[in-house]
Design a protein around this ligand. Structure first.
Ligand code: SF4
Length: 92
């Protein structure tokens, strides 16, 4: 993991990986935690999606530069998909 303190940018980090988790992350984490189960992707799909995001050049400080979403929020929603088609929506 790259450093993300004092002016350095962590390109390959998810929000949950960052050392300086702030209130916004806590709110996002709480939001994800409390989403309706029927809206959420299965845990293995979620982790697979996040693994692909972590390898993607479009990830910047937890955000996708193509869609502007925090990937942890986009990936947890089963109907969502990657704007570059690296992972797909769950349709069943
Ligand atoms: S959503 Fe797609 S384009 Fe965006 S960071 Fe993840 S893999 Fe890359």
């Amino acid at each position: 993991m790259e450093q993300n303190g004092m002016g350095r940018i962590c390109k390959k980090c998810l929000l949950r990986d960052m050392n300086d988790k702030d209130v916004y992350f806590k709110n996002l984490g709480d939001y994800i935690e409390n989403l309706d189960a029927d809206k959420k992707a299965e845990e293995d799909i979620y982790e697979e999606r996040l693994g692909l995001c972590k390898e993607c050049e479009s990830l910047m400080q937890g955000m996708c530069r193509h869609c502007g979403c925090y990937v942890e929020l986009r990936a947890v929603l089963k109907h969502q998909s990657c704007p570059l088609d690296k992972w797909k929506a769950v349709t069943i």
